[in-house]
Design a protein around this ligand. Sequence first.
Ligand SMILES: Cc1ncc(C[n+]2csc(CCOP(=O)(O)OP(=O)(O)O)c2C)c(N)n1
Length: 167
Amino acid sequence: MWAAQFYPFKRSRQWITSGGLGAMGYGVPAAIGAQLVLGDQLVVAVVGDGGFQMTNQELATAVQYDLPIKVLIMNNGYLGMVRQWQEMFYERAYSEVDLSVSPDFVKLAEAYGAFGIRATRPDELAEVLSAGLSHKGVAVMDIVVSEEENVYPMVPAGAGLHEMVLK
Ligand SMILES: Cc1ncc(C[n+]2csc(CCOP(=O)(O)OP(=O)(O)O)c2C)c(N)n1
């Protein structure tokens, strides 16, 4: 959602998404498929730490078949969209959304024979992106972001588009 709303796409066929139903785990396998077709072009999967953990084992496929996808994890330590709803509509009664115990994604990448790198502060971001995106093989960039940042605009359950919450 962050990428769809904020990345400055410049041309058509630059973005693929699981769309409205938003199946988690789609990003990495979809990037592998795109890389297979696009050859040398840069392919980046922008994923949440929750979604990444649904299909991260496909890093093996990417490494095995030399498909040099770049995975950018926006790591907020939560199932963020669900947390946002619990914050806004259930008085912050957080339930089953805390991902504070997750694998070290840099080590996980390395365990698969990929390159892993992490940014924990904004001033590290440019260098980490540069290193990750320019790496020749499969790369995982673990970008640690603030835990309770919300995505807007959003449409509450059961509401119409005219009832969209802007912030
Ligand atoms: C396979 C699947 N299971 C459950 C959901 C419901 N769901 C939508 S968003 C979300 C949390 C996503 O967390 P994360 O991937 O970490 O991304 P974030 O929202 O934090 O950016 C869940 C559980 C889903 N979309 N797909």
